[in-house]
Design a protein. Structure first.
Length: 178
């Protein structure tokens, strides 16, 4: 692989996780850049050619999908993997539409991410684990989907779901969106 192909950007607002991931990829001979938000990502894209990107879905109050779009617009050949604390079908579809090659749930390790770079979401050679979906998981997917639809507006999400704002806030505190 050429040097630009082994250049990786990690867009992650959790500094500890980003550093650990950076060290792990550097041991695999990647040249790694870190960005903690969309603005840093855009500045980096002005000066650096990126072969790979790992993007956290939730960057503080920003959506990592903006970073996915920025990477894809800069170079459609960039292999982008989106990481999130909890996956939902809606965000996975949006990520792929915006240019991500794959979508992983945290915690994902370097092996998982590297494998995701070389596959696609519709890669039938990768067998999905057969797990039944719990009611709590279905509820969380619906909450997360509605959060995405409302731009992470808690009050509007609670209204659309027909629940009290404080109830939604408690549920979100138990299972943070990352």
């Amino acid at each position: 692989m050429a040097q630009t192909e082994r250049t990786l950007t990690i867009v992650e607002d959790d500094a500890g996780f980003a550093r650990a991931l950076k060290r792990s990829f550097e041991r695999r001979d990647y040249r790694v850049h870190l960005a903690s938000d969309i603005q840093e990502t855009r500045r980096l894209l002005q000066t650096t050619r990126i072969g790979y990107a790992v993007v956290d879905l939730k960057l503080g109050n920003e959506s990592g999908l903006e970073a996915v779009q920025a990477f894809h617009e800069h170079d459609p050949a960039t292999r982008i993997v989106v990481l999130t604390g909890f996956a939902s079908i809606a965000t996975a579809v949006n990520a792929v539409k915006l240019g991500a090659c794959n979508y992983l749930v945290k915690p994902s390790n370097t092996d998982d991410i590297e494998a995701a770079f070389s596959s696609t979401p519709d890669d039938v050679s990768t067998e999905a684990p057969s797990r039944t979906t719990s009611i709590k998981t279905l509820e969380w997917e619906r909450i997360h989907e509605t959060l995405m639809e409302t731009g992470f507006n808690i009050s509007e999400t609670a209204r659309r779901l027909g629940m009290h704002r404080r109830t939604l806030a408690r549920k979100l505190e138990k299972r943070r969106v990352r």
